[in-house]
Design a protein around this ligand. Structure first.
Ligand code: SF4
Length: 163
């Protein structure tokens, strides 16, 4: 569970607690407008379901890994932290791409070790069309992959809503 943010009662006039989030996406999707990630954050869906309803989520950084093998993972968290990030999310694209990123576990371990910041694998719920293909491919049959996709494996209605 990520650390908790300060209470900043007047920030953006929203009141209450805030969690500042940095998102790193797979470079294959670098032209993605981010709509699914932002929607999921707004609705506390997918991996954003770990945050309580009364916590305001603010996305303070959004960038790509820089392309295989992910060189920007070494630097992007530093800038995000300077801009207030308290948790990093590795976007769902890293676990649903064809193939999924083979380095995603390492990225999580590296960021947590180097920057001492909680790192969550996933953002928006896994879209149903990706789930179907990966089930047929048996992509996620190992325990390691099952653990990685668990935060974003929503119910069928939600998966369809993100197709
Ligand atoms: S597969 Fe992994 S390393 Fe390659 S571009 Fe995507 S996130 Fe980056």
């Amino acid at each position: 569970m990520p650390c908790r943010s300060d209470t900043l009662p007047d920030r953006m006039g929203l009141g209450g607690k805030f969690m500042n989030i940095g998102i790193i996406i797979c470079d294959r999707y670098k032209s993605c407008a981010g709509g699914k990630c932002f929607r999921a954050a707004r609705n506390r869906e997918g991996a954003f379901g770990i945050y309580p309803e009364d916590e305001n989520l603010e996305i303070v950084g959004y960038t790509s890994c820089g392309g295989c093998p992910g060189g920007n993972i070494e630097y992007a968290p530093e800038e995000m932290i300077k801009n207030g990030a308290e948790v990093i999310h590795l976007a769902t694209g890293m676990v649903v791409g064809y193939p999924p990123c083979p380095r995603v576990s390492y990225f999580k371990k590296f960021i947590e070790e180097k920057y001492k910041i909680p790192t969550v694998v996933g953002t928006h719920p896994i879209p149903e069309k990706y789930r179907k293909t990966h089930v047929n491919l048996k992509t996620w049959n190992s325990k390691g992959w099952k653990d990685l996709i668990a935060p974003t494996m929503a119910g069928v209605d939600l998966r369809l809503a993100y197709d």
